[in-house]
Design a protein around this ligand. Structure first.
Ligand SMILES: Cc1cc2nc3c(=O)[nH]c(=O)nc-3n(C[C@H](O)[C@H](O)[C@H](O)COP(=O)(O)O)c2cc1C
Length: 176
């Protein structure tokens, strides 16, 4: 599968087969994220990989995620960004939350595209309680957790989605 096909095939998958995703595949996903671009090459991303049933149960008990399908995935990747990296490495004292989320999201996009290529289903899930997640997983308080990504083998077809046409997303159309 090439990048074009992966982009076309990727969909939000919210139902997963009862089948484990291997560690070597998880490593492939993290590797795709690791190679992403970032402003000033800061690479502010951190990923907490949840596989353990007990940990999933703890997250569920604490209502860390509001979508129940998240707990059903073989793996849940907690996507974090450390805004302090820009202070430490570049002395920037404002705008770091935006930078951190921006850079993390590029890495996360690489991750989900690689997952698609590997036959895995993913979904960005932002309907979460980031403070609860940090508390349960002992993630540093200043990290930002904008979303998590459940990963599993897709069960069924994704729902229909509408997409905007080119005319709706291109601001200047004269030369195209
Ligand atoms: C940042 C972000 C947060 C999202 N949060 C949720 C969520 O909390 N729950 C959910 O079911 N889907 C969530 N989605 C998935 C979107 O609903 C989905 O991407 C959109 O409907 C387009 O469908 P597609 O991903 O299949 O192309 C989120 C997507 C993004 C990019």
């Amino acid at each position: 599968m090439d990048v074009k096909e992966s982009i076309q095939k990727r969909r939000s998958v919210r139902a997963y087969k009862d089948r484990d995703v291997s560690d070597s595949l998880i490593n492939e996903l993290i590797e795709a994220a690791r190679l992403a671009p970032s402003g000033n090459n800061i690479q502010p991303w951190k990923f907490f990989v949840v596989k353990n049933t007990e940990t999933k149960k703890k997250l569920k008990t604490n209502k860390a995620f509001y979508n129940d399908f998240v707990y059903e995935a073989s793996v849940i990747i907690i996507c974090c960004a450390d805004p302090n990296e820009y202070v430490k490495k570049k002395g920037r004292d404002s705008g770091n939350e935006m930078r951190a989320v921006r850079d993390l999201s590029l890495a996360a996009a690489f991750l989900v595209l690689r997952a698609t290529e590997l036959g895995l289903g993913t979904c960005f899930v932002g309907w979460i309680d980031q403070e609860k997640i940090k508390e349960v997983l002992n993630i540093p308080g200043h990290y930002i957790v904008p979303y998590v990504i459940p990963v599993g083998y897709p069960d069924g077809e994704p729902r229909y989605k509408e997409t905007k046409g080119r005319d709706e997303i291109i601001l200047q159309n004269q030369n195209i």
